[in-house]
Design a protein around this ligand. Structure first.
Ligand code: HEM
Ligand SMILES: *[C@@H]1O[C@H](CO)[C@@H](O)[C@H](O)[C@H]1NC(C)=O
Length: 497
């Protein structure tokens, strides 16, 4: 008796739902973007396992199109891989996608997303961008740091000379230290004793920020962030970093009057507690973190990749060195004026940016309302990745896209971005990098110095095409193996022995 009633109940339930589904109209079907095959929970993550993300994504886009959807864990993501779609999204849909996804790094390291990189689109971000473009990173400010760049380059040249011609040196380390010193002096002023500690902290944070970690693909599963230890690690780093910046700031406040040059920190402190747009101390510290986080490795890896490409391409190396030595005319020390019209150096740098954009997927963005792109329905909170690595190598826009040919930029109007969005090392739209002129200045002079005074070869008589070019993915893509080269000192200086 009882059994029958259970079966009867079950039948009634089934009939009820059947009936209900017949009378309620089914929702209009959403028009969804193409995507590869997916599996439960992790979605499409398995397609990226074992790949370097920007390369894996480029392969997937070849099969599924330049505008595709990926489910990365619980995060719905669209991946743009062609100039045409980059242009469409970074113009027509730029505001919709002007937000950043929430990340542990943004929350813990940069004081609840109050820096520029992670700040959500809105008034606060707009005000910071304004300070940035008008006072921190504009060409006049960048120019004001010319002599400190020249001094720091000169001291690296002397260090290399002193290390003795003919011995291999770790160029990756030299370049990274040089850029850190330049940024540190521009930000804090001369003689900061915590400079190296601070840079280590930034480096550690960047190492922990890949964009494809558990916390990134399961942002709502807070317990996982504890379980993986990521939250604890970042919190520990943050506390250390906070103390270091505090002590740098209090030193600076005491010594400010005695120094003539206004550092980036001085500019920010001027805005602190002001009536109109008062920054708090945490805001100041968050922006300071950006200057290091966004401004050091991005530049140093480009110098490393440029020298790597030049080693592999002796034709270009010889041509550039000849032009450089002609332009500097045997002067003992290079000044920026000597190289400002040296177009071939600029082409070499542009070509390096094309093949090795330091942020190949830019910085992820996110929409905060549902939208429709080309007839496809995009849900609220969809993440956007723009694969500029793939875009910069698009064969429809670039002839012989995989080869290093600086001459391709001769007579080309491309400056820091391509008008057809075929060249995007600094991104595009409202979130585009505000630090491009600072970054370029920090690349041009160091590269010129390293190539003017020295000739470089591989250790143990290695042939130029043996140089390994494997990439290491991270917040900034760098060489997997350090760049170790042997310098020989070129006696090009006029009148010197
Ligand atoms: C030279 C190498 C550099 C490259 C390749 C580079 C590239 C980028 C890219 C791709 C973005 C993200 C754009 C987007 O989301 O669409 C970005 C953002 C940013 N960069 Fe740079 N950058 C460089 C140097 C610098 C320097 C030297 C600074 C400052 C000292 C800087 C400060 C920033 C800031 C603050 C943002 C965040 C902008 C925002 O979200 O509104 N960058 N950069
Ligand atoms: C989109 O999501 C955000 C964050 O959860 C929310 O604040 C916003 O109201 C949503 N927008 C719409 C139009 O649903």
């Amino acid at each position: 008796m009882e059994a029958i009633s259970v079966i009867g109940f079950a039948i009634a339930v089934v009939l009820f739902f059947l009936f209900k589904s017949l009378i309620t109209p089914s929702k209009p079907k959403k028009n969804l973007l193409p995507e590869p095959w997916r599996i439960p929970i992790i979605g499409h993550m398995h397609h990226l396992i074992g790949t370097i993300p920007h390369r894996g994504l480029m392969e997937l886009a070849r099969k599924h199109g330049p505008l595709m959807h990926l489910q990365l864990g619980e995060v719905s993501t669209i991946v743009v891989s062609s100039p045409r779609w980059a242009k469409e999204i970074l113009t027509t849909h730029d505001i919709t996608f002007a937000y950043r996804p929430e990340t542990l790094t943004g929350e813990i390291i940069v004081y609840h997303n109050t820096d520029i990189v992670f700040a959500p689109y809105g008034d606060y971000w707009r005000q910071l961008r304004k300070i940035c473009t008008l006072e921190l990173l504009n060409t006049k400010k960048v120019k004001s740091f010319q002599s400190l760049r020249e001094e720091e380059c000169w001291s690296l040249v002397n260090e290399i000379k002193a290390s003795g011609s003919g011995k291999p040196i770790d160029l990756s380390k030299c370049i990274s230290q040089l850029i850190t010193r330049i940024i540190s002096r521009a930000t804090f002023g001369k003689g900061i004793k915590e400079e190296r500690v601070f840079k280590e902290i930034v480096r550690e944070t960047i190492r922990l920020t890949g964009g494809f970690d558990i916390a990134d693909i399961f942002p709502s599963k807070k317990f996982l962030h504890h379980l993986t230890g990521q939250r604890a690690k970042l919190t520990k780093i943050h506390n250390k970093q906070d103390k270091v910046i505090d002590s740098i700031i209090s030193d600076r406040i005491q010594s400010r009057s005695s120094s003539s040059q206004e550092t980036l920190l001085d500019v920010l402190l001027r805005h602190k507690d002001e009536a109109e747009f008062g920054l708090t101390s945490d805001n100041v510290k968050a922006v300071i973190f950006d200057m290091f986080g966004a401004g050091t490795d991005t530049s140093s890896v480009v110098i490393e990749w440029a020298i790597s490409e030049l080693i592999r391409c002796p034709r270009v190396m010889e041509k550039l060195q000849a032009k450089l030595r002609e332009a500097v005319k045997g002067k003992e020390r290079i000044e920026e004026e000597d190289i400002q019209d040296l177009m071939y150096l600029k082409y070499v740098i542009k070509e390096t940016f094309r093949l090795h954009p330091p942020l190949p997927l830019l910085v992820p963005r996110e929409c905060r309302e549902p939208c429709v792109i080309n007839g496809y329905d995009i849900a609220n909170k969809t993440k956007l990745l723009v694969n500029v690595f793939a875009i910069n190598r698009d064969p429809e826009y670039w002839k012989d896209p995989e080869s290093f040919i600086p001459e391709r930029f001769e007579n080309s109007p491309i400056n820091i971005m391509g008008s057809e969005y075929e060249y995007l090392p600094f991104g595009g739209g409202r979130r585009m990098c505000p630090g491009a002129s600072m970054g370029l200045a920090n690349i041009e002079l160091p590269l010129a110095n390293l190539l003017y005074y020295f000739n470089w070869k591989l250790p143990n008589g290695g042939s130029h095409d043996e140089l390994d070019m494997t990439e290491l993915f991270g917040a900034v893509v760098q060489r997997k193996n350090k760049l170790v080269l042997v310098p020989t000192f070129q006696d090009i200086v006029d009148g010197s022995s």
